[in-house]
Design a protein around this ligand. Structure first.
Ligand code: GUN
Length: 278
């Protein structure tokens, strides 16, 4: 039987640990506030922002919501970020993505002070991760490392394959697995023989963005499979990038969708926020 990696349970453990830490910091007179900026009315973004607000409330840090109109100019948004950069009460700044088409995401991310970049998206944060210096780490890949560690899965010396090369998941994931002494390969849409690569993996992280693309023909017997995808299928049910029912009999451990990687992203965002209180 495959081990089900329970992201819901592990994220709750992390949030409970953080809640205790925050209480201890508060007893020393230290507080924290996370500024969350949403531009426009994207329904998925509204759900994420609301979940982030609830997580802040749960662990005991303040969340400051800035819900800005879709028509805001790039410059107005940059001015708002600059104000928050300079506000000593604000420890973390998060701009919910995606942004409307007329706003340059890269410019916005670069405007956030690296000291407040709790998403870990700023080039300085990414650079620090690359060369092994301290800095904020992107929350989804950081959450996956926590899932593996807290499930007793050894990374050092393992063949790790990451499918996907995004700046938010694939690339930082590969760097984190490398930091844990894994032997890391990044595969992507142009990889010549994807199955031949993924079949090598002891730990396979799938972030392709295609529902149920990875079936058992891509997976080595006994591998650990981490599914980053989340999609709604024709019956309105959630599914991942991995065909769970087909793969589950062949693996030693696997994350479900929902309840696997998803809840870890917010837990690690909270971790990043609390780290600013030290
Ligand atoms: N949109 C989808 N995922 C994320 C995330 O982790 N952070 C931000 N800021 N926006 C997102």
């Amino acid at each position: 039987m495959a081990q089900l990696i329970d992201g819901k349970k592990i994220s709750k453990e992390i949030k409970d640990e953080l809640k205790e830490k925050v209480a201890a910091y508060k007893a020393q007179g230290k507080t924290a506030a996370l500024a969350v900026i949403q531009v426009g009315e994207d329904p998925a973004s509204s759900v994420y922002v609301n979940n982030k607000k609830k997580a802040c409330e749960y662990i005991g840090i303040e969340s400051l919501e800035f819900h800005l109109p879709e028509a805001i100019t790039e410059n107005e948004l940059l001015v708002q970020i600059d104000k928050l950069n300079k506000d000593d009460k604000v420890n973390g700044i998060l701009v919910q993505l995606p942004l409307p088409k007329h706003i340059d995401e890269e410019k916005v991310i670069q405007a956030i002070s690296p000291q407040k970049d709790v998403d870990g998206f700023h080039p300085q944060s990414v650079g620090a991760l690359t060369i092994g210096q301290k800095g904020f780490v992107s929350c989804t890949p950081a959450g996956i490392i926590e899932l593996l560690k807290r499930s007793g899965i050894e990374i050092a010396g393992k063949e790790c394959v990451v499918i996907g090369r995004s700046n938010i998941v694939g690339k930082p994931m590969a760097l984190l697995l490398l930091r844990e002494n894994g032997t890391v390969t990044i595969a992507h849409s142009k990889t010549a023989d994807l199955r031949q690569v993924t079949k090598r993996a002891d730990i396979l992280v799938v972030a392709v963005g295609k529902p149920k693309m990875i079936d058992s023909s891509y997976v080595k017997e006994g591998a650990v499979v981490i599914d980053v995808g989340i999609h709604r299928n024709a019956e309105n049910k959630l599914c991942g990038d991995v065909d769970f029912d087909d793969v589950v009999e062949h693996v030693s451990a696997i994350t479900p969708v929902p309840g696997g990687v998803g809840p870890m992203t917010i837990a690690m965002l909270m971790h990043n926020c609390v780290s600013t209180m030290a």
